[in-house]
Design a protein around this ligand. Structure first.
Ligand SMILES: C[S@@+](CC[C@H](N)C(=O)[O-])C[C@H]1O[C@@H](n2cnc3c(N)ncnc32)[C@H](O)[C@@H]1O
Length: 259
């Protein structure tokens, strides 16, 4: 035993347990032998910062969503790929509305939770791997802060190209991001500075997730301003055509396929 977490499907396990707590069906994580306890996603950052976030919101129905989630789904048109579908909260509403929606995720456990909740069309892959399927889409959703999947300056061009490879002419990306630079918390401002000094974008987070005895490998997750996003999109097959920041610091970015 090293005290280090075992690498595993953190998202899958925590969504499975969050569903068990929400429904009362299946084994639940217990405290004191009897009391079900809330499922907490532990997020570690490479400066030592640790945060805990309740996982239950991944199961939320539309009545509990943030306003920008509603505005995002209202912009959907045509065949839609929900990238990083999680527990399927967005895909379920789109299905109900008759939108042809595919949920894509790298977590096998998350996809099992989606299936149990009724999401019909699911793909276990990265966007890059999915290109070989020949399926093509009109809308890509990156919700729940999943603009973070751009990772940083190195990965963003390949990720945007992978989306373009599975896009139909005129396709759009609707992505939820958070502008990280409004904070005065010295823990965050020092981290942004440290990142810039090492050649990274200020909000290019280096994270790993933990749940119970499991952890993910360390990975980059991008929290960037709309101005930084515009720079990352420049020169890609996409154009940044709209930024809706009515819920600042959160924003919804819309990209349109340029060519
Ligand atoms: C923050 S959650 C967001 C879930 C969902 N979009 C929502 O709004 O509730 C991130 C999800 O993205 C998935 N994910 C992480 N990296 C991914 C990748 N490279 N490709 C596809 N999905 C990924 C995770 O497994 C997880 O289900």
């Amino acid at each position: 035993m090293t005290g280090e977490p075992r690498t595993g499907d953190v998202f899958g396990e925590l969504l499975r347990d969050a569903l068990a707590v929400a429904t009362g069906i299946g084994p639940r994580p217990l405290a004191g032998g009897r009391l079900p306890r809330p499922v907490i996603e532990i997020i570690e950052r490479d400066d030592g910062l640790v945060n805990g976030a309740p996982a239950a919101h991944y199961l939320d129905g539309p009545q509990d969503w943030q306003p920008h989630d509603h505005r995002a789904v209202d912009r959907v048109r045509g065949a839609t790929l929900d990238v990083g579908v999680g527990a399927g909260r967005i895909a379920l509403l789109l299905q109900e509305r008759g939108v042809p929606v595919t949920g894509l995720d790298t977590s096998a456990g998350a996809l099992r939770v989606c299936r149990r909740r009724g999401v019909r069309d699911l793909v276990h892959a990265t966007v890059d791997e999915h290109a070989a399927s020949g399926r093509r889409y009109d809308t890509f959703l990156l919700l729940g802060n999943n603009l973070g999947l751009l990772e940083g300056r190195e990965r963003a061009p390949a990720f945007l190209a992978a989306l373009a490879a599975v896009a139909r002419p005129g396709a759009q990306v609707i992505a939820h991001g958070t502008d990280p630079y409004g904070t005065r918390d010295p823990v965050h401002t020092a981290y942004h500075e440290h990142n810039r000094r090492r050649g990274r974008l200020g909000g290019q987070l280096r994270l790993r997730l933990r749940y119970r005895e499991l952890g993910t490998p360390w990975f980059d997750y991008l929290v960037c301003s709309p101005e930084e996003l515009a720079e990352l999109v420049h020169g890609s097959p996409w154009q940044l055509v709209d930024v809706d920041n009515r819920d600042a610091p959160y924003y919804l970015a819309t990209l349109r396929l340029a060519r």
